[in-house]
Structures are given as structure tokens and as C-alpha cells.
Design a protein around this ligand. Sequence first.
Ligand SMILES: [Zn+2]
Length: 147
Amino acid sequence: MNHPSQARNNEILNQFKIEDALKITPRGYRFSLRFKRALWLASSKLCAYCGDEIENHKSMNVDHFIPKSKGGPEALNNYVCSCGYCNFSKQAVDMDEFRIRMSISKSPLKGIINSTQFKQLTEIGVELPFKIQKFHFEKVIEKGVVS
Ligand SMILES: [Zn+2]
């Protein structure tokens, strides 16, 4: 699978070291606002998964492309600009499942069917009024233009 870091302007991010991005505090860690702003700008202010515009860097979620629960590192190229919906819905599932959930959430059947029902309906040949979508970062890589 392509990697979201291929679909952004990494020049903006190259100035950062991990310790500039991740601030360790007594209560855990947080991302610095300077890094969040840079990641947001480098990603054209769009969620790397669904492509929705993210209003500002403070409301952006920093997603771990390989989740921490699966051994994903604290590393700049593992951090992805994400909306709250995608960051939340991706956390416990694999990419195929997440792709189905995201596609449903962008479809007229949002809130009407879930991914299990989607798979069951598709298996018995029911035509649904939407298709499984590519992630925004995949579309960007396909087009070959990183703005
Ligand atoms: Zn999103």
C-alpha cells in the first residue's frame, strides 16, 4: 500500500525533529502546535483519509498510520493529518475495514448500514448506491501532484 507521507509536502516537515513534534509532559505527551500546523499545511489542510478540509491545525488529529497498538513508531513519517472521524474510526480496525467505514460515512447510507451489513449485502449481490472509495492520499499519489 502507498504511504500517506508520499502525498504531502515533506519539505515543510523536514525541519522538524521528533523532539520538536512530540512534547513529553508529566501527564503523557502531546504534539506541539508548531508541528501540528506544519503537518496540516504540508497536507494541504485536508484529511489524508477522507479528504475533508480541516478547519485549523488545532482541530486536526495526528493519526499514527501504523497504530501504536500494532507497534507503530513515534516517527514523523508515521504521523498523518486526519480529521476526528477518521482518526477515531481507524484506530481499532485494519485498513480494509476502515476503508469500508469511511466509504459508508461519505455515502447516502451513512447511519443506515454498518460495515457488516455492507459486506453481507454485497456478498448476496445487492447493488448499493455507492462504491468503496480510495483514500485521499491514494488519489493524490495516483495523480502524482503534491501541492
Ligand atoms: Zn477524514
